[in-house]
Design a protein around this ligand. Structure first.
Ligand code: PRT
Ligand code: MG
Length: 216
């Protein structure tokens, strides 16, 4: 019996940047998630399908085996915790960094030196808490789901913890990076049970992904 494989991806940059890796494994996705409303996309291989989920939900689908494997940012994996997931490959895609940023003119270093209690907005509460605890910075974290850059501009917070790639979004909102927390890229995550039960089917795809991502 041929084993069915389900791959969880999010729309946008992760889908776009995973396509060449899939191609290296001989898999082409038959529909474009940007124009299709379908959440289950067939591929040229009748035994491989792609499901489209929110970026932060990819680890959950894979953890519970609703998807055998998926692609998720390190940022998302740090918040999720990685339970039930095998993370064999750094795919070197969707690269960015997680940083602390403040409004231009706000003296972050001085505020920290004075032991001030800072309000920080972020989607990454767990990672941010660990970062500031390790540095001994006192913070009140406020969870947001998007547009973190707005926080300091409207007086919601002193700082933000968010992803930065070109820095254009910070610049457009008159914010400056004051601390680099961690470099981010996307990882392949595999359900631990699927790795054992579907190894024969999964391994060639993992090998192709690894080879293609090292070539980048
Ligand atoms: O958008 P949605 O709310 O559905 O989910 P999501 O934002 O989690 O998904 P998506 O597709 O935007 O991001 C998926 C993954 O891409 C993230 O988990 C990261 O691992 C990775 N990634 C790489 C990024 C960026 N680069 C990035 N620049 N994710 C988000 N951004 C955002 C950032 O939050 C900020 O608002 O882009 C803005 C900054 O970009 P620059 O270029 O202006 O610095
Ligand atoms: Mg986004």
């Amino acid at each position: 019996m041929t084993q069915q494989l389900t791959l969880a991806l999010s729309k946008g940059r992760i889908f776009e940047e995973t396509l060449p890796l899939l191609k290296a494994a001989g898999i082409t996705v038959s529909e474009d998630p940007e124009s299709s409303r379908k959440l289950i996309l067939p591929t040229n291989d009748p035994n491989v399908r792609v499901i489209i989920v929110r970026a932060s939900d990819v680890p959950t689908y894979v953890q519970y085996g609703a998807a055998d494997f998926g692609v998720a940012g390190k940022d998302v994996l740090l918040e999720h915790g990685g339970e039930g997931l095998y993370q064999p490959i750094d795919l070197n895609i969707a690269k960015c960094r997680l940083s602390v940023a403040v409004q231009e003119g706000f003296d972050y270093a001085n505020a920290v030196r004075q032991g001030a209690r800072l309000r920080v907005v972020t989607k990454y509460v767990k990672t941010a808490r660990e970062h500031f605890a390790a540095k001994g910075v006192h913070v009140d974290l406020i969870k947001l789901y998007g547009s973190m850059e707005l926080g300091p501009l409207v007086g919601l917070s002193d700082a933000i913890v968010d992803l930065v790639s070109t820095g254009g979004t910070l610049r457009a909102n008159k914010l400056v990076e004051v601390e680099h927390i961690i470099d981010i890229s996307s990882r392949l995550v595999v359900n631990q049970a699927a790795l054992k039960l579907k190894r024969e089917r999964l391994q060639p795809i993992l090998d192709a992904f690894e080879k293609a991502s090292q070539a980048k």
